[in-house]
Design a protein around this ligand. Structure first.
Ligand code: WT7
Length: 659
């Protein structure tokens, strides 16, 4: 997606919103930044004391003795679920709606804070009855559901570390994660329902833990969502409703250290193997709460809706933890934006009177297309007057989509917070504050107070505004990744490389700051990571999946700009047999796409496949991805190709096979 650096339109926060906002002016924002600058630890200590309930208060704010393994609020003890639930019961929110759940078919269920507390306690007691205890890992492979959130909170309550795996991942991806995490139990559902279709979950779990590679998994707990036919394996599989039946509605929380791993969430990096991003308890929850207050300006009367899935970090921080910790009412949606038609989001905003709406640019772009094609699903057809704030997450939002969102969904009176962050950062990093920051479409504007983001060159030197470079964060912050589960060396190498001195966080994105405003614009990943529809994927992961197919000799995967999905996957493939053409090429391409879907998941399917007798390589045998990216875009190669071993190959690789 092109980012228009010349973008000059500026949109000011609405006065009425600013007057009541948590951060209500640029002066207030600057004052917070100054406070963080002047006394970094004091700044965070104060916020941690004001926002979290501590069972045992901390005495030390930041421990840097083992950098980059930073420790926050080290000697404090707390429980995340207690902070999210019990605290609300004590503060008069027992009968307040915590979750408005809307199922795929439109059925609505309201869950109060006291219901939520009871369900989490029962589930936690159920887990305990199976011998699951503090420090154990539990994999959650669930649909979007209240039960999914309850499962996460129940793990937090007993100090078990959860690892949620997105329901679109294949058995093989699931297995890889179960093994890496060493999970003692898997929580799943019989099936999930999306867009009127039932899709299997339990049978995928069975496939994943089949055989003895996962024999450390003692139990599979199954939520009955559809009543679909599943096989229950004796002594291993249990129905959720049976596990919780007769369990007491109270469960004393397990008080854990501030640094206790709340969860591991797998994400893609530059190499083939996904990274288990490990997050803490206290620092993570603190940032979830602060960003709910600062970025989303959350108020007791708000109806908050984040459309993410709990399988991604956005669904962790802005569904399972943040909204509950601040006592908000939130909408949780099981289905997809296009079912029964592409007006579903707008219909739900109107019906539930949502005030804050947070979604991904890909969704916006596909709904723009749908609204252009069918006036009936245009947002202007719905009463969206309840909205006061909009958010965007997961990928750059192009100014055209931003403007459409602003005009047609926000009716020109809702600020848009374009939130830049990552699985590793735990919560928002660079974003406008809705009551303070003048917004420029396509820019995530300024870092939140306490976040020392900067643009530097390869050796870590600051670059002047206007000059593109790499995005770093110069000081640790409470919700940062703690390590890569089981691989501390990879953690150091990936995020705190020696070239930058080993102590500053490398985000993996390029960025540039505006000459005049100092605003940040993210220019895209600087590693081999793709962002397709806001889903993060490593090119090497897809390449490994392709070469695992018996037909394939070699494969190279690159990203290609895509109008709707941001980027799309383009695979260049060399087969072990002669280069196919025509119908045969189409057949094999289809076979390979389905293969990748089975190996990783449907989100990793290459959109395009091109066959060649070889790949463009230097004389030393290195694949020239730079050229492949140009070919993928369908552009003329203007680069110097004199170092290329086999220039003739470029012509072949121009042919796209569509299936
Ligand atoms: C990568 C992180 C953000 C949580 C969900 C995705 C890209 C994310 C933005 C934004 C431009 C963005 C970056 C980042 N990204 N938000 N507002 N503007 N780019 O988390 O899967 O860990 O992906 O998404 O490239 O590194 P993730």
């Amino acid at each position: 997606m092109t980012i228009h650096e010349s973008e000059m339109r500026v949109f000011l926060p609405p006065v009425a919103l600013a007057e009541r906002a948590t951060v209500s002016s640029m002066e207030a924002y600057t004052a917070m930044c100054t406070a963080a600058d002047e006394d970094y630890e004091g700044f965070w200590a104060k916020l941690a004391n004001e926002n979290l309930h501590w069972h045992k208060p901390f005495t030390k704010t930041l421990n840097e003795s083992d950098a980059p393994f930073y420790r926050w609020f080290d000697d404090g003890r707390l429980n995340v679920s207690y902070n999210c639930l019990d605290r609300n019961l004590q503060h008069g929110n027992a009968d307040k709606t915590a979750v408005i759940f809307e199922a795929d078919d439109g059925e609505i269920t309201n869950i109060t804070y006291s219901d939520m507390h009871e369900r989490v306690c029962q589930f936690a007691n159920g887990l305990k009855s199976l011998g699951i205890k503090k420090g154990d890992r539990v994999v959650i492979y669930m649909p979007m559901s209240v039960e999914g959130i309850v499962a996460m909170q129940a793990c937090a309550r007993i100090g078990a570390t959860h690892s949620v795996v997105f329901g679109g991942f294949s058995a093989k991806s699931l297995q890889e994660r179960i093994i890496d995490a060493g999970a003692v139990a898997v929580i799943t559902a019989d099936e999930q329902v999306r867009g009127g279709k039932r899709l299997p979950l339990k049978t995928i779990v069975d496939e994943a833990i089949n055989g003895d590679v996962c024999d450390f998994v003692r139990n599979v707990i199954v939520y009955r969502r559809t009543g679909g036919d599943v096989e229950m394996i004796a002594d291993r599989d249990l129905w959720l409703h049976e596990v919780i039946a007769d369990q007491p509605a109270d469960c004393e929380p397990e008080w854990v250290d501030a640094e206790h791993p709340l969860f591991i969430l797998y994400t893609s990096g530059s190499t083939g193997k996904p990274k288990g991003v490990q997050h803490s308890s206290a620092g993570y929850l603190l940032w979830a709460m602060l960003t709910m207050k600062w970025t989303f300006d959350i108020k007791p009367t708000d109806i908050f809706w984040c459309t993410a899935d709990i399988g991604w970090v956005t669904g962790h921080t802005y569904i399972a933890y943040g909204p509950l910790a601040v006592g908000a009412t939130q909408i949780v949606f099981e289905g997809v934006p296009t079912y029964p038609n592409a007006g579903r989001f707008w219909d739900m905003i109107a019906k539930h009177k949502a005030t804050i709406f947070y979604t991904a640019p890909t969704a916006i772009r596909s709904l723009i297309k749908a609204a252009d094609a069918d006036a009936e699903v245009h947002p202007k057809k719905y009463d969206l007057s309840s909205l006061r704030l909009l958010g965007s997450v997961g990928e750059p939002i192009n100014p055209e989509a931003w403007m459409w969102y602003y005009r047609n969904v926000g009716n020109e009176h809702c600020p848009i917070v374009d939130t830049f962050w990552q699985t590793e950062t735990g919560g928002h990093m660079i974003t406008p504050l809705p009551g303070a920051t003048p917004m420029v479409p396509g820019s995530c504007t300024m870092p939140l107070p306490g976040i020392m983001a900067a643009v530097v060159d390869e050796t870590g030197n600051d670059l002047p505004n206007g000059q593109g470079g790499i995005l770093v964060v110069k000081r640790p912050w409470p919700s940062m990744i703690r390590t890569i589960w089981g691989d501390p060396e990879r953690f150091k190498k990936s995020y705190f490389p020696e070239e930058l001195g080993g102590k500053i966080y490398l985000a993996g994105d390029g960025a540039v700051r505006n000459d005049k405003t100092g605003y940040f614009t993210i220019t895209g990943r600087i590693d081999d990571v793709l962002n397709v529809s806001g889903h993060r994927m490593g090119t090497m992961e897809i390449e490994s999946a392709l070469v695992a197919n018996p037909l394939v000799a070699e494969a190279a995967v690159v990203g290609k700009p895509d109008e709707t999905t941001g980027e799309s996957i383009c695979a260049f493939v060399v087969l072990k047999r002669a280069r196919p053409s025509g119908e045969e090429a189409r057949q094999i391409a289809k076979e390979l796409r389905d293969w990748v879907a089975r190996e990783i998941g449907p989100i990793a399917k290459p959109k395009e496949i091109r066959f060649g007798d070889n790949l463009p390589k230097t004389r030393s045998g290195k694949i020239m991805r730079r050229l492949l990216r140009v070919l993928a875009k369908g552009e003329q190669i203007t680069q110097d190709i004199s170092t290329l071993e086999n220039p003739a190959i470029l012509q072949q690789l121009k042919t796209v096979v569509t299936t």
